[in-house]
Write a protein that binds this ligand. Sequence first.
Ligand code: GLC
Length: 443
Amino acid sequence: MQTPTNLLSEAYSVLDANDKATYTQPSAELYPHQWLWDSCFIAIGLRHKDQDRAMSEILGLFRGQWQNGMIPNIIFNEENHYKTDRDLWRSWVSPYAPRGVSTTGITQPPMLAEAIVKVGEKLTLSDRRHWYRQVFEPLVKYHQWIYTDRDPHKEGLALLIHPWEVGMDNTPPWMSELQEHQLSWWIRAIKLTRSDTILTMLRRDTHNIPSSQRFATIEALALFDIQRRLRRKAYDIERILDHSMFAIEDVAFNAILIRNNDQLIKIAKVIQEVLPSDLMESMDKTRQAFEQLWDPLSAQYYSRDFITHRLLKVPSVASLLGLYSGSIGEERARSLVHQLSDKHSYALNSPIPTVPKNSSWFNPVNYWQGPAWVNVNWLIIDGLLRYGYKKEASKLRDSTLSMITSQGCFEYFNPDDGSGIGAPNFSWTAALAIDLYLNPIIV
Ligand code: GLC
């Protein structure tokens, strides 16, 4: 058990140990590359000590920006050792991929504008303006890409083509879709013959971590299979959608998009720039369209299938991110807060579980199928505050900090007993611990 001051120094030393000069790796060994939303959360923590490093963390992400505006979820470490990772994606098969940098061909939750504003808060007004001007153009291009590429029917909701894009890799709504509709014949064969046990032994992500804490090998194979299919289509959305592959309007991604659209508007105002009117229109539409994801019967938001518009009614913490969007009405917000305080679903000893306890998918140690993640807690604390739920926000802040204080900066935590699991010395846990600690909530 550490004291809070130790917590700060430990968190900063995690970020220093994971410093790769142009970016911060999420964790040594397991995650050696630069990830999109990780870097955003990392910058939010770094801003308290080293604004220059926080800014270069974000600028590092623009290095990987594609000519069509897309910001990839991973920019690969260029060391020889990681050639296999780069070759798996072969981003160079797309004419839009940047030259001289290898990336994936998919994105991740668009947390950039939020991180840019948070870093800006720590700068003087003139430095802030300079900072905003530096990032404005590529940031607008990214938001425009989200709408042109991922909202082809102009419905207002962005579609995702791989579970890695939502950053909650094996979240139950996506996994149940995958298993019901998307398993290739060869994966079904492996499943039937149970040969997945041999493959489990070859996985890098389960080397130092028990395989019960990561997703099943069949799920991992299915994720790589989709990735291979995307690569075959050179990550071209028209070709991908032509083949009616997985396309989901994800509730977490769209909630985050709404909030980040608002932050983009804020940035534009500070530097007196005008956003393109079609972008403004699309952003407005997202706020309205988000309400189509509400299911009145269960009083929850769900992701939905892009083609059929069927809601994927498998509960997960993504529903609560409506609070972070800031765009939902008071009544729906109240209903989400109510679920947050329900002992049978989200109010466990060390909240917030990524899947409610009363779901058949709940597993307290399996990755995004139960454990509490600090970034999700941070997003929900932010949302609670915006809706005036200070007491709830403060309680969640305290329980989040106490998990980290007693266990260390783990990747995720068992929501039943608060034990730290997954990778140790995980960067966004450290960064957001710093941010939560330095922002006490006065109730
Ligand atoms: C895992 C997480 C994802 C994160 C990445 C790097 O894939 O699911 O959200 O960005 O690791 O930390």
